[in-house]
Write a protein that binds this ligand. Sequence first.
Ligand SMILES: CC1=C(CCC(=O)O)c2cc3nc(cc4[nH]c(cc5[nH]c(cc1n2)c(C)c5CCC(=O)O)c(CCC(=O)O)c4C)C(CCC(=O)O)=C3C
Ligand SMILES: [Fe+2]
Length: 370
Amino acid sequence: MPDTEAPDVTPYDALLLLSFGGPEAPEDVVPFLENVTRGRGIPRERLEEVGQHYHLFGGRSPINDQNRALLAAIREDLAGAGIDLPVYWGNRNWDPYLADALRQMRDDGVQRAAVFVTSAYSCYSSCRQYRENLAEASAEVAAEGRGVPALDRFRQYYNHPGFVEPVVDATLAALAELPEAVRDEARLVFVTHSIPEAMNDASGPGGGAYVAQHRSGLGAVVDRVRQETGRRHDHDLVYCSRSGPPQVPWLEPDVNDHLAELEKGGTPAVVLIPIGFVSDHMEVIYDLDTEALATAAELDLPAVRAATPGIDPRFVAMVRDLLVERAAAERGEAPARPALGSLGVMPDRCAVGCCANARGPRPALGGQDS
Ligand SMILES: CC1=C(CCC(=O)O)c2cc3nc(cc4[nH]c(cc5[nH]c(cc1n2)c(C)c5CCC(=O)O)c(CCC(=O)O)c4C)C(CCC(=O)O)=C3C
Ligand SMILES: [Fe+2]
C-alpha cells in the first residue's frame, strides 16, 4: 500500500483468535466431548450420538483446519494492509489450548492483545463462557509469576457488514442452484444452534438477545436478497443440534420438524442458511448437510444449503476492521462502527450480568465490571 498509511493499531501488539476446538483423530473424540460437557449435565446417550457424528467423519472435526485457514487469511490480510502484528490461536476445548497460547504470547513479550472469538452472537455458550475462559486461562498463566498479556475481546459482529454480506451472497448462490421453476417461491430457512430457553432468556444486557440478534441479522439478509432478486422471500428462524436432558426446554422448532411442516404446507423448495455459524462446523456438515438434507430428500422437497462466511475476504477484512475500530476506541477516539439491522452496536465491554452463567457467577474478562 504505497499511498496510504497503515492503520494505527496502538495499543495492541498482538491479535488472538479464540475458538471452540475440535477432535482431530478417533482417539480424541471422547476426551474432547468430556472437555466440552464437563459439569454440564449432558445425558450419556446424547454424548454417544454426537460421538458417532464425529466418527462418521473419521473422528476429525473440520473446525481446527478452518481456523488454520482463517489464521493464514487474517495474517495475509493484515500484512496486505501494512499492519505488522503477530496473530495467535487458542481454543476452549482442544489443542491448541487457550492457556498455551497465552503462555506463548507472554514468552514473546506481548503486553496487550485484541481477541476475536469465532462466535457472532450473545449468549452464555457463545459469549460469556469465552469470557470466563479468558479469565481462567489468564489467571492460570499469571500464577506462573511472569505476567500475562491484557486481553480485549471485540464486540459481537453478527450485524457487521463483513458477516452479513457473505451470507447474502451465499443465499443468492444457493437460490441460483435451485430449479428455476421453484426458485422464486423458495423459502429461506435460517438455522442456528439451539440453546436452552433459559439461556436465551438470560442472553445479552436485557435478556432474549440471542434470538433477537438472529432475527435482526437475518432480516438484514432478507432485505438485501430482495434488493438483488426483487423478491421478498418467506423466511423462518429454526434450530439444530439440540442437546441436554429431554425435560429441559430448548429453542424450537428443530430444522427437520420444520421441513416436514413446510412440505405439508406446500412450500416448493428451501434454502438452508446456517446463519448461526461462521464456518462449516460439525453442526453444519452433520446436522444440516447429512441429516437435514436427507430429511428434505425423503420429503421430496428441493433444498440447498448456503455457504458459511469461512474465509470470505469480506469476513477476514472484518476482523481487521474490528481491530482498527477497537484500537481507536481504546485510544479515546470515536471510530465509525458499522452495523446493519435494527438493534445497533453492541458495547465493547459487556454489561454487568450480561449472558449470566446459570451455575452462578464466575470471573469473566471483557465486562464493564472486569
Ligand atoms: C450457541 C452455541 C454455539 C455457537 C457459538 C459458538 O460457535 O461458540 C456452539 C458451537 C459449537 N458447539 C460445538 C460442539 C459441541 N457443543 C456441545 C454442546 C452444547 N453447545 C451449546 C451451544 C452452542 N455451541 C450448548 C448450550 C451445549 C450444551 C452443553 C453446554 O451447555 O455447554 C457439544 C456436546 C454434545 C452435545 O451436547 O451436543 C459439542 C460436541 C462446536 C464444535 C463443532 C465442530 O467440531 O466442528 C461448536 C463450534
Ligand atoms: Fe455446541
